[in-house]
Design a binder for this molecule. Sequence first.
Ligand code: LLP
Length: 438
Amino acid sequence: TRNHDVNSKGNLTINGVDTTYLAEKYGTPLYVYDVEDICIRANAFKEAFEKEGIQYQVAYASKAFSCVAIVQLMDELGLSLDVVSGGELYTALEAGFPPERIHFHGNNKSPDEIEMAVKAGIGCFVVDNFHELTWLTGITQTLETSMKVLLRITPGVEAHTHEYISTGQEDSKFGFDITSGQAEKAIAQVLDEDRLELLGVHCHIGSQIFETSGFVSAVDEIFNHLQEWRENTGFTPEVVNLGGGFGIRYNEDDTPLPLGHYVEAMVRSVKEHAEAKDFPIPEIWIEPGRALVGEAGTTLYTVGSRKSIPGVRDYVSVDGGMTDNLRPALYQAKYDAIVANKAQKEKTETVSIAGKCCESGDMLIWDVDTPVLEQGDILAVPSTGAYGYSMANNYNRIQRPAVVFLNNKSDQCVIERETYANMTRLDRPWKKTEAKTK
Ligand code: LLP
């Protein structure tokens, strides 16, 4: 659904807006989001659930991209919100997101973060381990309040994706392990606590998944154990949360499924199991991050220096890199590029796009076909809307880019570009300490 086109000047447009105009107006690097693309994707998930006639929540995993504006957009779209830290929770509350639709994740939530979430009255706390279960119990007692809880379990399903973003396998830092009996023990412990209300179970098998089979296996695993847990503890879940991870198209090799297919497969499988094993049909919750915002985002760069090694490679450097897109360095992620001001020109050369950081690994794209690239050209890299800004950093003291939202063919800045002054704002001068005399 990428809303990319070429105008009469031969320039790349997104949502009808000329990207060279955006580069000129806001400077580069620049993240540009097509809001309409996000709306289409949110609605695709919602419509799929509604067609199945099942109770559901679609929670946007805000780790993919968290800022006040995106959180407000997700609220407008009627989604719930998954946060994983005090910072994401703070952003959500600042944005005015209804706390009762916020879900809190994380494998090492601090007592301060837990207290913040309990005080805010969030809708659901996803308990990851016994340690935080103890904290949460204590904090709800001290504050004389209660909390709805999901237990995160590792269903022992291997998602076919990069090992750094696969999380459902047993040997994982996340969640309660099933086979050793941890999950059942946790269920019993939560059921015992008056201040905790056990809604159900959660699992997240991984990210950038292109098949429905992993989700179906996760449902199989969960229900096989639910039978046992019901016998031993009396617990039946009101909610089964199947996490996120729905794959998107980063480049031409990626072949994502229509979003509704995942929902259909999940719902079918949950219904089958519930009926066969005589459980009430639970609500199904999901937590897409990249599937909502990934393809909606495009990064614009300005081309700078070039280095040609005859017979080997041509390096073309842009004014950003691993500071605004860590994914190539971290996951060998592959991206495409479009030369925004030469969008219709023939691709006559093969170059490698380098970032500007002092690090050989700072390469955005290896061997991509482009029209002849010259200094000042605007290079657009699509599908950078998820885990781009959110993993951006100040390595080499490079400022994080601005973020612009586009809808109805108009542009608005939702995050300002960082300044050099921002960079030293928290720094304090060095003072030599005199040696202490006894
Ligand atoms: N729910 C849970 C519990 C998660 O851990 C994640 C991602 C999601 C939902 C959302 O996954 P998504 O739908 O966005 O794939 N930085 C990496 C991905 C790390 C994802 C961690 N958890 C990347 O750039 O690919």
